[in-house]
Design a protein. Structure first.
Length: 284
């Protein structure tokens, strides 16, 4: 690859990563934060002036003019970002606690290596790991992680440290750089969006009960429905966390096999090495 093409490709990759980051922040922090801040504001106004929220908001809107409107909008947006970020982080903390209490929700090195071998065969896995020696080291159950170094590289989103996480991260970063179409970015975005809905759902239910003349039975039904939706969302996120890790490693292996297949096509400038298939067909 010539230098100009490399620079252009690097800028395009950086642009994709930045666009993905902005999209995730907007959908999982800003929008839920706006809903949460609005609900909190309504609840505070209701506590101060029961039954006159509409008149209070109308009076406040009439008194704001010029720069004051911009200041209020910026403050509202900043508050939404902070509240949304904190709410998402608290939800991730609860998610991490649930994973610690339920080991079956965690991806282990032995399970990842075994599933890849069962799904794609020992030869394909061996070829991929020979190309990615760091991944081979990380997926080896014999290579543990020093407990003294874990605090230095604690990942965000309540992810657990260890070689399973590092292997997932390696595969995800490789795909983002070399084959973005196979990167598990959609699953990562879905996880962030689903987790961020818990705080707005709780505050929205509280606002509904506080502002509407619901009976005790109707209020109880609203709480039960909100709790059921939250539980289903939590279960889905736990499943997607496992799926995301599996997808990254699976797609990396498939990316490797696709490149080998392309190299074997007639007229390819990068033919497969002689005897490669025979060499890899044996036991690992």
């Amino acid at each position: 690859m010539d230098p100009l093409t490399a620079v252009t490709a690097g800028k395009a990759a950086a642009g994709r990563r930045f666009a993905f980051y902005v999209a995730v922040q907007l959908t999982s922090v800003v929008v839920p934060g706006l809903v949460a801040v609005t609900c909190l504001t309504v609840l505070i106004l209701h506590a101060q002036n029961p039954g006159s929220i509409g008149r209070t908001l109308k009076g406040a809107a009439q008194t704001l003019h010029g720069p004051a409107v911009i200041m209020v909008d910026v403050s509202w947006l900043a508050s939404a970002y902070v509240v949304g970020y904190v709410g998402r982080e608290l939800a991730f903390r609860l998610l991490g606690l649930a994973e610690r209490l339920s080991p079956r929700h965690r991806a282990t090195l032995g399970a990842l290596h075994g599933e890849l071998e069962v799904a794609y065969g020992r030869a394909a896995l061996r070829r991929c790991l020979r190309t990615h020696p760091l991944l081979k080291y990380l997926l080896s159950p014999a290579d543990g992680t020093s407990p003294h170094s874990r605090i230095l590289r604690q990942p965000g989103g309540a992810l657990r440290t260890g070689n399973a996480y590092e292997a997932f991260n390696y595969a995800k970063l490789w795909l983002r750089e070399h084959n973005p179409e196979l990167a598990p970015d959609a699953t990562e975005a879905e996880i962030n969006i689903l987790v961020s809905t818990l705080l707005p759902l709780a505050l929205g239910t509280w606002s509904l009960i506080a502002l509407t003349p619901l009976s005790i039975a109707a209020s109880a039904v609203a709480v039960v429905i909100a709790a059921a939706v939250s539980a289903l969302t939590f279960v889905q996120v736990l499943r997607l966390r496992r799926v995301e890790c599996w997808e990254a490693l699976r797609n990396l292996l498939e990316d490797h096999e696709m490149r080998l297949a392309a190299a074997r096509l007639p007229g390819s400038p990068f033919p497969a090495e002689p005897g490669e298939d025979t060499q890899d067909s044996g036991a690992a």
